[in-house]
Design a protein around this ligand. Structure first.
Ligand code: FNR
Length: 369
C-alpha cells in the first residue's frame, strides 16, 4: 500500500511484516519465551476506560510537553530499538531526520547499526537526543562512551536495567544467522559478537550482568546528564531509584523481550505513583516517571499520562514505520499521533497535557487479568 493508505500505527506493522526479510522480522517482532508479556502490554490498556468530561471549550488543544526539561512536540519519545539497518538501509537515521523535523526526542540505542556520531551528526541544531546505555564489562569503554555522548550534546542517559542477560526470543534464535552489515558497528563500538544464537544474543555478549545499585554513584560521578533507569517494574525499585537520586525511571518490560509474564508498565504505574507519593508532593519535577510497551494509539498515551506518566516511549511502531516507508513513514506516524491526540483530548475534555488527571480514567479493572 502507498503511505496515503496508512490509517493507524497497526498498518505499519502489517506492511513491515509483508516486506521485511524473515530474519529482520524475527528480530524486531519477537518477544521472549511464550510471548505472553508482549500481548499483555496491549491488553492492559484495554482494561482501562475513559471517564470523559464535557463542555470545556476544546476548540484548541495542545499536546506539547517537556521531557527531562526538554521541549517535545509530542508526549511521546522514540525509545531505543537496536539494529535499524536490518529493516532499512538508512537505519536509525530515518528516526533522527523525522524527529528533527517535528521536534520529537529520539533515544539513541547503544546497539544502533549506524555509529553514534553519524546519528548525532544527522540532527538539526537544537534537536534533543537521549542515549540508551548497555553497560560494558569493561567500564572504561562505557565511561568513554557516556562522556563522549555528553560532549556531543546528548541530554539524558537511559541505563537499561532489565537486561543483565538478553531474553530468549525464540523466533530470533531459530534464525541463527547474523547479518554482518547490521552488527558491524556494534562490534566496533563494544567488542565481542557471538554468532550462533540469533541476532539478539550475538550483539549482547559485552553486557555486564554484575551491574548493581552500587554502580549508580559511579555513573553520577562520570556525567552531568540526567540518569534514568529503563526497565523498572516495582514500587520497591522505584523508591530505591528515587533514593539513589536519579532523575527518573521508565516502567518497562523491554517490549516483552526480557522476562516473560512480567506485568505491563501501565499496570505497574499505578502502584509506583502511590509509592512515590510517600516521598513528597506528586507530581515531582525532580523525578519523572515514563512508561513504554504496547503503545499504538493516542488513547494509550493519554491513559498513561492521566495516571501519572510524564511521557511515554514507543519502540516498534516507529521502527516499523521506517522499515516500511523510511523517514516519511516516521513522519506519518507522528501525524497519526497528532490527529489521534487532538480528537481524543477533545473527547476527554483535556485542553493540555496538564489537564489530564487520574479521575479521567477508570483503572479499577487493571489487575483483573
Ligand atoms: C528494543 N528495546 C530495546 N531497549 C533497550 O533498552 N535497548 C535496546 O537495544 C533495545 N532494542 C530493542 C530492539 C527491538 C527490535 C525492540 C522491539 C525493542 C526495547 C524498547 O526500547 C522499548 O522498551 C520497547 O520497544 C517498548 O515496547 P513497544 O513500543 O515496542 O511495544
Amino acid at each position: 500500500p502507498s503511505l496515503d493508505e496508512i490509517v493507524n500505527l497497526h498498518d505499519f506493522e502489517a506492511v513491515a511484516k509483508a516486506i521485511l526479510p524473515a530474519k529482520a522480522w524475527a528480530y524486531y517482532s519477537s518477544a521472549s519465551d511464550d510471548e505472553i508479556t508482549i500481548r499483555e502490554n496491549r491488553a492492559a490498556y484495554q482494561r482501562i476506560w475513559f471517564r470523559p468530561r464535557i463542555l470545556r471549550d476544546v476548540s484548541t488543544v495542545d499536546w506539547s510537553t517537556t521531557i527531562l526539561g526538554q521541549k517535545s512536540s509530542l508526549p511521546v519519545y522514540i525509545s531505543a530499538t537496536a539494529l535499524g539497518k536490518l529493516g532499512h538501509p538508512d537505519g536509525e537515521l530515518n528516526l533522527t531526520r523525522a524527529a528533527g523535523k517535528h521536534g520529537v526526542i529520539q533515544m539513541i540505542p547503544t546497539l544502533a547499526s549506524c555509529s553514534f556520531d553519524e546519528i548525532v551528526d544527522a540532527a538539526v541544531p537544537g534537536q534533543v537526543q537521549f542515549l540508551q546505555l548497555y553497560v560494558n564489562r569493561d567500564r572504561e569503554i562505557t565511561k568513554r562512551y557516556v562522556q563522549h555522548a555528553e560532549k556531543r550534546g546528548v541530554k539524558g542517559l537511559f541505563i537499561t536495567v532489565d537486561a543483565p542477560q538478553l531474553g530468549r526470543r525464540e523466533k530470533d534464535m531459530r534464525m541463527k544467522f547474523v547479518d554482518e552489515s547490521g552488527v558491524a558497528k556494534v562490534q566496533e563500538n563494544q567488542g565481542g559478537v557471538k554468532k550462533d544464537e540469533g541476532v539478539a544474543r550475538a550483539i549482547s555478549s559485552f553486557i555486564d550482568p554484575s551491574l548493581s545499585w552500587k554502580d549508580i554513584p559511579w555513573f553520577k560521578s562520570i556525567t552531568n546528564m540526567p540518569i534514568i533507569l529503563k526497565g523498572v517494574a516495582t514500587p520497591q525499585d522505584a523508591l530505591m531509584a528515587y533514593d539513589y537520586g536519579v532523575a527518573g525511571i521508565v516502567l518497562s518490560n523491554h517490549g516483552g523481550r526480557q522476562l516473560d509474564t512480567a506485568r505491563s508498565g501501565i499496570e505497574n504505574l499505578i502502584e509506583v505513583v502511590e509509592a512515590l507519593k510517600t516521598r513528597g508532593p506528586w507530581p515531582n519535577p525532580q523525578f519523572e516517571v515514563f512508561v513504554d510497551g504496547g503503545i499504538r494509539r493516542a488513547s494509550d498515551v493519554l491513559k498513561a499520562i492521566a495516571l501519572g506518566a510524564k511521557a511515554v516511549g514507543v519502540g516498534r511502531a516507529f521502527m516499523y514505520s521506517f522499515c516500511a516507508y523510511g523517514q516519511e513513514g516516521v513522519e506519518k506516524a507522528f501525524q497519526i499521533f497528532r490527529d489521534e491526540l487532538q480528537m481524543n483530548m477533545r473527547l476527554i475534555g483535556a485542553r493540555t497535557i496538564d489537564e489530564l488527571t487520574p479521575d479521567m480514567v477508570d483503572a479499577s479493572a487493571i489487575h483483573s487479568h
